[in-house]
Design a protein around this ligand. Structure first.
Ligand SMILES: [Zn+2]
Length: 108
């Protein structure tokens, strides 16, 4: 396993995990339920960490996270709705998580 991200904000780590999974990258989150122990346990023991299972995905995973981590990109990204099945989608997803339809291009 390769660690690709860590942050005390569990929702952010979880969000990144969803994005990687939606891009067919197998992930594993460590310390997902460990935050209640903060203050008693060493820093590294409780911070939520996102791992990928396959080394072959490392480059792609890091590129995706780097993109997500950029505030400029975050502002431009908007939540969208699948044109095929009308399911609401996270802004970072490039394909519908339900039916795999491609995200429609944004035209204004
Ligand atoms: Zn869909």
């Amino acid at each position: 396993m390769i660690k690709v991200y860590e942050d005390f904000d569990i929702t952010l780590v979880g969000h990144y995990q969803s994005v990687l999974e939606s891009n067919d990258i197998a992930t594993f989150m460590k310390n997902q339920f460990g935050t209640s122990g903060a203050g008693e346990l060493p820093f590294v023991e409780v911070i939520p960490q996102l791992f990928i299972l396959n080394e072959a995905d490392a480059k792609r995973a890091k590129a995706l996270i780097k993109q997500l981590d950029n505030p400029e990109n975050r502002v431009e990204q908007k939540a969208w709705q699948c044109p095929e099945c009308q399911t609401p989608q996270e802004a970072a997803f490039t394909h519908c998580w339900k039916c795999s339809a491609a995200r429609p291009t944004i035209d204004g």
